[in-house]
Design a protein around this ligand. Structure first.
Ligand SMILES: [Zn+2]
Length: 245
């Protein structure tokens, strides 16, 4: 490993620890719902894509489950039809930044990466999202302030299976991983694409969902959206006065 990749690995590890769930986020993150009610939420990051998001929508439709999709603005420009379908089928659409850049959220000066994605999503669904998940989970205090000024709530997770990896992790392993950690109020992070790729053909996430949902239901869990779980609005106008924090 050369010096550069060693430095990158170290910075990533530190960044994940300080800026990401479960420990990071400077008080802005909602990482789970109340632990007193047997509900869980499925979230899907980095889409929309073809055919992965479409297959996932088919699966969720068959199971009669609604998910919460954190979409990348650039991917929305490629696949507005997939986003429109997800919204029309009752799934919740959140913002996952315009280009999925770590750097954009670290910069002190601009919220353009947030606003551009808001705009792209609003163009398609006719609503302004109010839920945001930072790319890579990295949230600085100043990014938290920018998001709050724009009326966004920051949504994290408490279960993060390896469905982003390549080659794909088998659905059976994803399900066991999720199942071993599941608790009332869990927010599970899956992926329906990878950042900034037009085509994404992974199969295991949809297969895992197909196995997971009946098991959760047998255990008495109800699958809800993030706004339902946290009692937050999914969409709404921009705040004009920043909230104190
Ligand atoms: Zn992401």
């Amino acid at each position: 490993m050369n010096l550069r990749s060693t430095a990158a690995t170290t910075i990533d590890t530190m960044g994940n620890l300080i800026l990401s769930p479960p420990y990071g986020g400077f008080g802005y993150y909602h990482n789970h719902g109340p632990r007193t009610k047997k509900v869980v939420a499925l979230t899907f990051d980095d889409g929309p894509s073809k055919p992965c998001s479409e297959e996932l929508l088919d699966t969720l439709g068959e199971l009669n489950v609604k998910g919460t999709f954190f979409c990348v603005g650039l991917s929305v420009t490629w696949h507005p039809d997939v986003l429109a379908r997800a919204y029309a089928e009752g799934h919740i659409i959140g913002n996952h930044s315009m280009m999925h850049s770590r750097k954009a959220g670290l910069m002190l000066t601009s919220g353009a990466h947030i606003d551009a994605a808001t705009h792209e999503i609003e163009q398609v669904i006719g609503q302004r999202p109010r839920l945001y998940r930072p790319p890579w989970g990295w949230l600085t205090p100043w990014e938290g302030i920018r998001l709050r000024q724009r009326g966004y709530e920051v949504i994290g997770w408490d279960i993060y299976p390896d469905d982003w990896k390549l080659p794909e992790v088998k659905a059976e392993l994803l399900v066991e991983d999720v199942y071993s950690q599941i608790r009332p109020g869990s927010i599970i992070l899956f992926h329906d694409s990878v950042s900034n790729k037009i085509r994404w053909e992974k199969k295991e996430t949809a297969r895992a969902i197909r196995m997971l949902i009946p098991r959760l239901r047998d255990e008495g869990y109800e699958v809800v959206t993030v706004p339902e779980m946290l009692n937050l609005p999914a969409y709404g106008p921009r705040h004009t006065t920043p909230k104190a924090h």
